[in-house]
Design a protein around this ligand. Structure first.
Ligand SMILES: [Mn+2]
Length: 271
């Protein structure tokens, strides 16, 4: 298969090592691209929620694909997030094409581009329980139970249903949190004269131009690989929000894997 050349790809919030992670779909996507630069913008390996017993092949496959990319010439920047902050003590490590960082500034065709995960705003943005939930075990189980229900719905020929998306949309606080996050990021970016500010963290993919009385900037969020299956691509001076085709996502494709996940759910409930 001929791979699509892309100048820059930004991916965040993969959460490898959790039930919610769509590693197989991400793996499929990674097989189709050949980026010059790949930025992994935080929460890639979920060290917070890491269970020794849960790291399926598909999750390992994602890591392998990224290492292969780096060995074939892709410049890989791994920016740490709150779920992989254990890696922060190794920040500013450079090995060949691979760099481990807290934040990154790139020059994209003369535009100043500021990239960081975004958890740094958790203290300044009004405290929200929603964001704490994104990091909790409860959220991971909610996703897993949701998948099981969707599997049943599919068998009955019905459409899938997303609990957490519904919760997120209906809870005013969650909406306010997202707005506050974006405002905080863009105010700072305008103040620092960045043309683009790129975050992850809040699992809300977006590209929007923002203007305040001091100037303007473009806010970009790469989303996540739990629910939105999204990332950012930059090519020929243009940004695109990539979304993995909904129709190609089967919740749990492989019978064997599905059994594996269900056994896990049952054994963890028994605990
Ligand atoms: Mn995060």
């Amino acid at each position: 298969m001929k791979k699509r050349k892309v100048e820059l790809v930004v991916i965040s919030d993969i959460h490898l090592g959790t039930y919610g992670c769509h590693a197989k779909e991400l793996s499929n996507y990674l097989s189709t691209i050949k980026p010059k630069t790949l930025v992994l913008n935080g929460d890639i390996i979920d060290i917070w929620q890491f269970r020794k017993s849960y790291f399926p092949k598909a999750h390992l496959q994602v890591i392998k694909k990224i290492i292969t990319m780096a060995s074939k010439g892709t410049k890989v920047y791994y920016i740490t997030g709150n779920h992989d902050e254990a890696l922060r003590k190794f920040s500013d490590t450079f090995m060949g094409n691979f760099s481990l960082l807290d934040k990154l500034v790139l020059d994209l065709d003369g535009k100043k581009t500021w990239i960081f995960h975004g958890d740094v705003f958790d203290a300044s943005v009004q405290h929200s329980k929603w964001i704490a939930k994104l990091g909790g075990f409860g959220y991971d189980y909610l996703i897993l139970i949701n998948r099981f229900i969707n599997w049943c719905l599919h068998k009955m020929g019905k459409d899938s249903y997303s609990f957490s998306k519904k919760i997120k949309a209906s809870v005013k606080k969650a909406v306010k949190f997202i707005n506050d996050f974006e405002t905080t990021a863009t105010d700072l970016a305008i103040d620092k004269k960045y043309d683009y500010v790129i975050c992850g963290h809040i699992h809300e993919p977006k590209i929007k131009e923002v203007e305040n009385k001091f100037g303007k900037t473009t806010y970009l969020n790469s989303g996540d690989w739990i629910e939105n299956l999204s990332c950012l691509e930059y090519n020929n001076k243009r940004w695109k929000l990539f979304k993995y085709q909904e129709s190609t996502i089967s919740n749990i494709e492989n019978e064997e894997e599905q059994l594996f996940e269900m056994e896990h759910l049952i054994s963890s409930i028994q605990l």
